[in-house]
Design a protein around this ligand. Sequence first.
Ligand code: FAD
Length: 478
Amino acid sequence: MAKPEFDIVIIGGGAGGLVVAAGGAALGAKVALVEKHKLGGDCLWYGCVPSKTLLKSARIAHQMRHAERWSLSPSDPRPDLARVMDRVAAVIKGIEPNDSPERFRGLGVDVMFGDGRFVAPDAFEVNGRRLTARTFVIATGSRPTVPRLPGIDRTPYLTNETVFDLREPVPALIVIGAGPIGSEMAQAFRRLGSEVTVVDVAPQILPREDPDLAAVVMKQLAAEGVRYFLGASILGFEGRAGDVRVTVRTADGTPKVLAGSHLLLAAGRTANVEGLGLDAADVRVENGRIVLVEGLRTTNRSVYVIGDALGGHLFTHVAEHHAGIVLRNALFWMRWAQPSTIIPWCTYTDPELARVGLSETEAKKSGVAFSVYRFGFDDIDRARAEGETEGFAKIITDRKGKLLGAAIAGPHAGELIAEYALALSKGLRAKDLSTVIHAYPTLAQINRRVADQRLKEGLTPASKRWIQRIFGLRGART
Ligand SMILES: Cc1cc2nc3c(=O)[nH]c(=O)nc-3n(C[C@H](O)[C@H](O)[C@H](O)COP(=O)(O)OP(=O)(O)OC[C@H]3O[C@@H](n4cnc5c(N)ncnc54)[C@H](O)[C@@H]3O)c2cc1C
């Protein structure tokens, strides 16, 4: 059999594919990268980067309006969406060179643009060129799911792929979906001056999260004026540019017509696995998802799938983590290297909601014996100084205090959760967090204080009495 031309051929140059390409080339592998559109993927062009940039401008606008919270004179920033979106575009442009074809070609990667397909289990064809490789990596990402509901094909709608192109005012936005993307966009547009209505079939926002944590976010968004129709089913869409209507059946069964100027679909993601010739490659797909045999390997031993194309946890850091696993599996034959199950994530609303490991809801369902501890930001001095006391941290432990999960709804939750990601990945106990010195006054103190709750619980009246007896303490009179 002829020697394959490449060590690795990657299909899709987004968050995951680019890490495989750069890592593979740095390790001396011969790498080809095939991209259908432009390098950078969702994260750079239509996802993390534009959404977080938009949220920042929205947050500043909100703080200006509510400056009295910090004893300053409030002012109305009168946001101009076109200018704000120009800033979004500028931030993307600033990051783009990191993901440019020139950079990757400079690293030694053979970058090709085109819409190719597998033509055999060991060959991918693009622009008439047949690429053979020892390892193929499918990193084609995902796209917004368009709900197949009456009228959607006749109604103008936005998705994450078009919303950041907006330059006209958005007087009234209807958002379909109250997950992370829908919630972030709802708050951003509301703070930038739009009327915002959110519709979801789920009974709560951020349905993956515990209801008490999601409620912290929803309380804030509702207070800012976001209108919610939760537990609602959509009966149909109609309208034209600047005038859209969504007919819903509300949670109590009442039909209602919602009117807006713009419609944003944020109702889930679909993996990009079609049109790749996966049949020819002997890669099995079931219910729209590529079947895994071991780790990230598909039914074809030489073909891996990573990131959003795999489904599950749709995050940039997961796609990047998968990339590292594939490099170890494919180049060093480290078959034991498997994707981690400890995945932190964050929804970047204000307040943020971050989580790692088991939620309380999941712990209940799993039947494992567990305990829950909470601590509020209102008792964290730094949060008081910042004027951001909403929310709380929660940890789930087993009966011996070993951490099973942690979640934080509050300021900078996405940064704070990192400590718990490390703690979980090292199998630590709550007391390990309690004994670590946390700088004062930081928000990170909440990580220790919530862990302290378990220590305190361990102090039963009987153990207190023993301590008093041993050390001759007099104890407080009650
Ligand atoms: C609005 C929004 C906000 C988000 N915010 C965050 C966040 O804050 N944090 C976070 O971690 N994640 C966030 N995400 C998710 C994150 O963007 C994705 O998880 C991440 O981009 C997945 O990386 P990937 O490599 O799997 O796919 P992508 O980065 O999307 O890359 C896939 C690439 O494959 C290409 N491609 C597709 N089909 C083909 C084909 N047939 N042939 C060749 N190339 C093809 C695409 O053009 C694309 O370049 C957000 C997503 C959205 C939509």
